[in-house]
Ligand binder design. Structure first.
Ligand SMILES: *Cc1c(COP(=O)(O)O)cnc(C)c1O
Length: 427
């Protein structure tokens, strides 16, 4: 029997580079044929061959209330019936802006955009406009979307200029980005000591989810806040992934660290293209039309995306919502880790809120170097074996996983049982 996934992938590669519209979808990291999905419902997705999977990718984060939540679907349908877009302000945009500012300690003002990439790119432009400085600091392993100045990796030797991590990014632009080690407070201290008065912004994932899941050290977060304040740099917490995932108030609420600017995406769009950046009003007032920093978007605040986002934001405020997700993620990671231990496999796992990390290494990694030292081949084998058992994990060893409110205890038990079966036949 030929697989529809394979046929579709074959055909797609003729008209779409690599057959996909975002590279990690191509399964290059894990090998094999990417799944084409035809539908999702609650915690499940069905591929083109009609095979069902328990979904821990959640569309890379947004689907925190599960696929096709009736409330979200209805809100989008109702909005669509009123008009797909106007390129003019709507009351719903005011409503979601007020809701975001009310929930999140970081936000005094907020602007809506359509993708996380746009949010971080603009936050950096705003920080540069506000400070009149050019240099930014980012951390190896953090992902902030694909704008030129953020597709940068560390140069050789500490504190040399960053180098493009993608072809097409001019070295001149990359050289304005300093790339440091995540969780290395001393490295950050040193960078500020050497060029503190040139630094416009530090951008960071306060819980890192794009190199698998890495939790921040307290001293790292504290150093970052203190140094930015001391040197007049803008602290940008990129919570496109961790926002409404770590908990209702994101990582900045969880750890009690106040950014100057915050970026959001994924969950806040409820599965449709909505993202945002915001923070201190005195900085946000530098944006056009109030100030000289330009930013715009034809689809910004799109009514359908706002409807999906606003409805999702209301749903996540239900009593006990995050407590339940936190327990589901904990139960699952503990269950899988216990199974690995029984079978003598070097494995560790952790979770925070609804985000989790699985590692083929004996101890939970706390740095980029430690995550890179995990056994990638073992992950790839595990990924395919779990897929075979009907469990869809992110197709890369360097991505965090997500549970949703649609996952049940039975789903978690089935996932642990699948892992146990895989580990039993591991040797
Ligand atoms: C996904 C992500 C982005 C980019 O968002 P897009 O909507 O894919 O452009 C930026 N930052 C972080 C932390 C992300 O996880």
């Amino acid at each position: 029997m030929t697989s529809h996934n394979e046929e579709l992938f074959e055909q797609s590669q003729r008209v779409i580079p690599g057959g996909v519209n975002s590279p990690v979808r191509a399964f290059r990291s894990v090998g094999g044929t990417p799944l084409f999905f035809q539908r999702g419902q609650g915690a499940y997705v069905w591929d083109a061959d009609d095979k069902r999977y328990i979904d821990y990718v959640n569309s890379w984060g947004p689907m925190i209330v599960g696929h096709c939540h009736p409330g979200v679907v209805k809100a989008v349908q109702d909005a669509a019936a009123q008009g797909l877009g106007f390129g003019a302000p709507t009351a719903a945009e005011l409503e979601i802006a007020e809701e975001l500012c009310r929930i999140l300690p970081a936000l005094e003002m907020v602007r809506l955009v359509s993708s996380g990439t746009e949010a971080t790119m603009t936050a950096i432009r705003l920080a540069r406009g506000y400070t009149g400085r050019s240099r930014i600091i980012k951390f190896e392993g953090c992902y902030h979307g694909h704008s030129d100045g953020l597709l940068v990796k560390a140069g050789s030797g500490a504190l040399t200029f960053g180098q493009p991590s993608s072809s097409g990014v001019p070295a001149e632009i990359a050289s304005l980005t300093t790339v440091l080690d995540y969780n290395d407070a001393a490295g950050l201290e040193k960078a500020f000591a050497e060029s503190g008065d040139e630094i416009a912004a530090v951008i960071v994932e306060p819980v890192a989810g794009n190199m698998n899941l890495i939790l921040p050290k307290r001293e790292f977060l504290d150093a970052m806040r203190r140094l930015c304040t001391q040197h007049g740099a803008v602290l940008i917490l990129d919570e496109v992934m961790s926002g409404f995932r770590v908990g209702l108030t994101g990582a900045h609420g969880h750890y009690g660290i106040q950014p100057d600017l915050l970026t959001l995406g994924k969950v806040m769009g409820g599965g449709l293209p909505a993202a945002a950046f915001g923070g201190r009003a005195d900085i946000m007032k530098h944006l056009a039309p109030l100030g000289p920093v330009y930013q715009a978007g034809t689809l910004s605040g799109n009514p359908l995306a706002v409807a999906a986002g606003l409805t999702t934001l209301r749903l996540v405020q239900a009593a006990g919502f995050y407590e339940r997700l936190t327990k589901l993620a904990q139960d699952m990671t503990e269950g899988i880790a216990a199974s690995a231990k029984r079978h003598g496999i070097a494995f560790s796992a952790q979770s925070i809120g609804s985000m989790f990390g699985l590692y083929f290494g004996a101890t939970v990694p706390t740095s980029y170097a430690e995550i890179m030292a995990c056994d990638k081949q073992a992950f790839n084998r595990f990924f395919h074996a779990m897929l075979n058992e009907g469990v869809y994990l992110a197709p890369s060893a360097f991505e965090a996983g997500f549970v949703s409110a649609a996952h049940t205890d039975a789903d978690i038990e089935a996932t642990i049982a699948a892992a146990d079966k895989v580990f039993a036949g591991w040797k």
